[in-house]
Design a protein around this ligand. Structure first.
Ligand code: FAD
Ligand code: SF4
Ligand code: SF4
Ligand code: SF4
Length: 366
């Protein structure tokens, strides 16, 4: 079996794909494309003896902390880190275009001064659909500010950034699943991996299907292009317009969580150089987890230049969210394993000691 056939059989057809895009970049012959999932439209002779796209897939194996950091974690839920702070950009233009404290955009602007020539980021298209893109200057960074919910195969652009745009020093911004994809490409010594100089990971409880979100906003007679930003609080998704804020109940939003997110254990982008999110910080600030030596050097430079103001972050909040995400992933995988054994909803609920409604909800994506 060739690499692509294995990728399909072991990952895509088993519904394990996180849509990170790594396999698409890995095929330097460009036989794979993005079609809502990685797709090879026709069988190629080169695929006969090639396993590259299969080997590039991060879903196939765990990555140990020591492979990235040279040490094991002391914090079971947040991973290896050097320090955690809450921060907000001092640059008003950045903050205006940002989701929270504008920390991601501030780090990118700083990196572009001397460490990287470009970054893989996510812009929006046709309303708020995520569009992976290569930022080459500060305007591109600002245009990518704010959170776009939906699947975004960011890593497919590593190949284009290096081979088409001739960038040999790039930063990747992504979700925890993208960060794992990058670390896996580095571990497998993918030819283009040396170009990845910095990894910024976002926090992520879960993602949502963009089309479902768009349909909902349109069904309540609102134009999604007029949305200023989306944010998620404990019991709702907030849709911010210039003159009003709508609230979508979390029970509705939960229906749009893709299957692979129900099985995902990583909240805090545990393998990034620096991780950024909003949980654990006051309104308008971002929580920043500085993990690597390189991350520490870059963040300290930014602080010393006065580009950010910082305050303390609430560690117990983020640790609790990270813990709950791991527990939920474990629970989902046990529900699916019992379903594989043809157990009924009642039997699964009884065996795991959980509500039947929880089992029913998870099985909607089984
Ligand atoms: C799908 C999703 C779920 C999230 N869930 C949580 C959560 O549960 N808890 C939490 O604390 N934080 C979460 N975040 C992170 C949070 O929304 C902010 O991105 C983070 O606080 C950084 O804010 P900022 O102002 O520093 O970023 P900005 O300076 O505004 O920069 C935002 C960056 O996010 C990138 N980006 C936007 N959309 C995507 C996407 N779909 N995939 C990859 N990169 C993207 C852009 O490239 C941009 O560089 C989530 C983000 C996303 C995209
Ligand atoms: S040439 Fe190799 S990497 Fe490319 S699609 Fe075929 S098997 Fe995958
Ligand atoms: S590399 Fe990423 S996009 Fe490709 S099959 Fe694996 S998880 Fe899916
Ligand atoms: S929940 Fe996990 S798989 Fe889903 S987008 Fe977030 S990091 Fe990726």
């Amino acid at each position: 079996m060739g690499g692509y056939e294995r990728l399909r059989a072991d990952v895509v057809d088993r519904k394990l794909c996180t849509f990170c895009g790594a396999c698409i970049s890995a095929c330097l012959l460009r036989h794979l494309e993005w079609a809502g999932e990685p797709l090879r439209t026709e069988r190629k002779a080169a695929c006969e003896d090639c396993l590259i796209c299969y080997e590039a897939c991060p879903v196939r194996g765990e990555i140990g902390d020591d492979e990235v950091f040279g040490e094991k974690r002391r914090d079971r839920f947040l991973g290896v880190y050097r320090r955690i702070v809450a921060a907000r950009s001092e640059d008003e233009e950045v903050v205006r275009n940002a989701q929270d404290g504008g920390v991601v955009s501030t780090i990118l602007k700083h990196l572009m001064k001397s460490y990287v020539d470009g970054a893989i980021v996510v812009r929006k298209q046709d309303g708020w659909a995520p569009l992976p893109s290569v930022a080459k200057d500060v305007d591109d960074v600002l245009a990518a500010g704010k959170t776009k919910f939906g699947i975004s195969p960011n890593l497919m652009l590593i190949r284009d950034a290096v081979l088409d745009d001739y960038l040999d020093r790039i930063c990747v911004v992504g979700m925890p699943c993208h960060v794992r994809g990058v670390r896996h490409l580095q571990r497998m010594k993918f030819e283009l991996a040396p170009a990845i100089k910095f990894v910024i990971g976002l926090f992520c409880r879960e993602n949502y299907e963009y089309d479902a979100l768009r349909r909902y906003v349109e069904s309540i007679m609102h134009d999604i292009s007029a949305v200023r930003k989306f944010s998620v609080v404990e019991d709702a998704m907030l849709v911010h317009f210039d003159d009003e804020t709508l609230s979508i109940p979390i029970t509705e939003v939960k229906k749009w969580v893709p299957r692979h997110c129900l099985l995902c254990e990583d909240f805090a982008s545990e393998l990034a150089d620096i991780s950024v999110g909003c949980d654990g910080s006051p309104e308008g600030f971002s929580t920043v987890i500085i993990r690597t030596e390189h991350g520490e050097r870059v963040f300290t430079e930014i602080e010393e230049e006065g580009l950010l103001k910082t305050t303390s972050a609430d560690l117990s909040t983020i640790r609790d969210i990270a813990k709950r995400k791991k527990e939920k992933a474990e629970q989902t995988s046990r529900i699916y394993a019992l379903r594989d054994e043809n157990k009924s909803v009642e039997e699964i609920a009884e065996q795991l000691g959980i509500e039947q409604s929880t089992v029913i909800h998870r099985l909607e994506k089984y």
